[in-house]
Design a protein around this ligand. Structure first.
Ligand SMILES: [Cu+2]
Length: 506
């Protein structure tokens, strides 16, 4: 009975929030069409009519982001193992989505999901130009998909929402890495369940490697001086469970517990002078701005989908959900007494380093510049041919005024033909929020933000781009393969609530 009441209360709360969102959104658009009629219907069975302005502001404030707790450096950082090649089978790699148990808190078993294990997944490394067969298996009790985020693959193996693998089902797919060296990742993309499955633990790294790493003397020894860092925030219930149904926030689930590679309170022992970190914001919704605790610069070398045109020294770096960056940190001049951590914009310690016996005479970070400009003059002047308008909040999110419909094709683009997309994040009455916009099946270039050429830190290929409220971002988009792909907001709850469309590449 108590449970029934709680569910009822939650439904009512959700109803109230939806009504408030509708008021704000319709006030903003001046549109009193469809939204109002559904609002009125919701109103009838909602007793809570007396919410005051403060309550409304509090509910609707996009900026309500809980602070993370600083790492106390108790646990050595877990580094996901490299996925090992199978021998004597008709496939090279095996990736199984499964249920597991993780001991985040001493003596407490938390139910989690993982690939080939209890939480997260092994790192899949593919050489550029290599083609590998991967056996994907769903051992969960619900459908899932295997999406290779950032990989330019045919739509039938992209693992989008139309590509469900049922419980107990296996499939062998061929992944071809026909693109530059990059830090990509894999995660589920099952319609209306992506946020929950990722929240419970399904994510893994996918690295494309090639000889440029050794040519440019970039640290490339996985687990030694080349380390993936998956940053996620999580919210646990009183029983220290990841009970998504109870914990979820329709506007993007945020937590107060920081984890890196699934490790809470991590520290990392560093023995190499120059370290390469592959940062992934694997959170459902949170944005991170990364800094070093001593205020020093670090060197950004890559964006989502390739190395940058040249390494860039940076004091800070912001990643929205699903974005990646590769950075180098020089530990060679640090003494054992000096501490260094990766912190966020609030000074919260995300990952403290324990620096041991690094070689202070070791070489410095090498630099490079590409001969060709990031964008040609011709590319910069191409007209916009696709317009995308991101709008809304909570479950009232849309792209070009529409919600996702698997039976509808929203856009069409010819295979191999480059077009300019303009992504506009239309603000709402409360200012709006950042929407990370992701396109499947392509690595694009960011041409400009509000007409201004982007900084060097964005001068590499990307598949996700953070768009600020009111901002217009132009992208140069080419699809190398045919098929139907989705594009969407990577706040996973927005995606699940229909902030997603489909493009047919013909
Ligand atoms: Cu969004």
């Amino acid at each position: 009975m108590k449970e029934g009441i709680e569910i009822m209360q939650k439904k009512l709360l959700k109803g109230t929030l939806s009504i408030l969102a509708a008021i704000i959104l319709s006030a903003c658009t001046g549109d009193s069409g469809g939204m109002n009629s559904s609002m009125m219907m919701d109103n009838e069975d909602n007793p809570d009519q007396g919410m005051d302005q403060d309550g409304m502001n509090e509910m609707m404030d996009h900026g309500e982001v809980p602070s993370l707790a600083s790492s106390e450096g108790v646990n050595e950082l877990v580094i996901p193992p490299l996925l090992e090649k199978q021998k004597g089978k008709n496939y090279d790699y095996e990736v199984t989505a499964q249920e597991g148990i993780t001991e985040f808190f001493e003596g407490i078993s938390t139910e989690t999901y993982g690939y080939n294990g209890d939480l997260l997944g092994p790192t899949l490394k593919i050489e550029e130009g290599e083609s590998v067969n991967v056996k994907i298996t769903n051992d969960l009790n619900e459908p899932t998909t295997f999406h290779w985020h950032g990989l330019e693959v045919a739509s039938k193996i992209d693992g989008g929402p139309s590509d469900e693998i049922q419980p107990g089902e296996s499939r062998i797919i061929t992944l071809e890495a026909d693109q530059p060296a990059a830090t990509l990742w894999y995660h589920p993309h099952v319609h209306e369940m992506t946020a929950e499955q990722v929240f419970r633990g399904l994510s893994g790294m996918l690295i494309i490697d090639n000889s440029i790493n050794s040519d440019l003397e970039i640290p490339n020894e996985y687990g030694v001086n080349d380390i993936p860092l998956i940053f996620q925030d999580r919210l646990f219930d009183e029983d220290k469970q990841l009970d998504y149904d109870n914990l979820m926030n329709v506007d993007g689930t945020l937590g107060d517990v920081s984890m890196v590679n699934g490790t809470i309170n991590p520290k990392m022992t560093v023995t190499e002078p120059i370290m390469r970190f592959r940062l992934l914001n694997g959170s459902n919704a949170r944005n991170y701005t990364f800094r070093l605790s001593n205020g020093d610069n670090f060197t950004q070398i890559a964006s989502d989908g390739s190395l940058l045109d040249e390494p860039v020294d940076r004091k800070e770096l912001t990643l929205a959900a699903s974005e990646r960056a590769e950075i180098l940190i020089d530990f060679s001049k640090l003494t054992e007494e000096e501490s260094l951590s990766i912190i966020n914009e609030e000074g919260v310690v995300l990952l403290p380093f324990d620096v041991k016996d690094t070689d202070s005479t070791a070489g410095s970070i090498k630099t490079w510049t590409t001969d060709e400009p990031f964008l040609t003059d011709e590319e910069k002047e191409m007209p916009v041919t696709k317009n995308i308008e991101l709008f809304g909040m909570m479950d009232m999110v849309s792209i070009n005024g529409k919600k996702f419909d698997a039976d509808r094709i929203d856009l069409r683009q010819e295979q191999g033909v480059t077009e300019v997309w303009e992504i506009y994040n239309k603000p709402d009455m409360m200012g709006g929020m950042v929407h990370p916009f992701h396109i499947h099946g392509t690595q694009f270039k960011v041409i400009s933000r509000d007409g201004e050429e982007v900084e060097e830190s964005e001068q590499g290929f990307k598949d996700s781009v953070a768009v600020e409220p009111g901002e217009r971002v132009k992208l140069l988009v080419t699809f190398p393969e045919k098929g139907v792909y989705v594009f969407h907001c990577h706040i996973l709850e927005h995606e699940d609530n229909g902030m997603m469309g489909q493009i047919e590449v013909y």
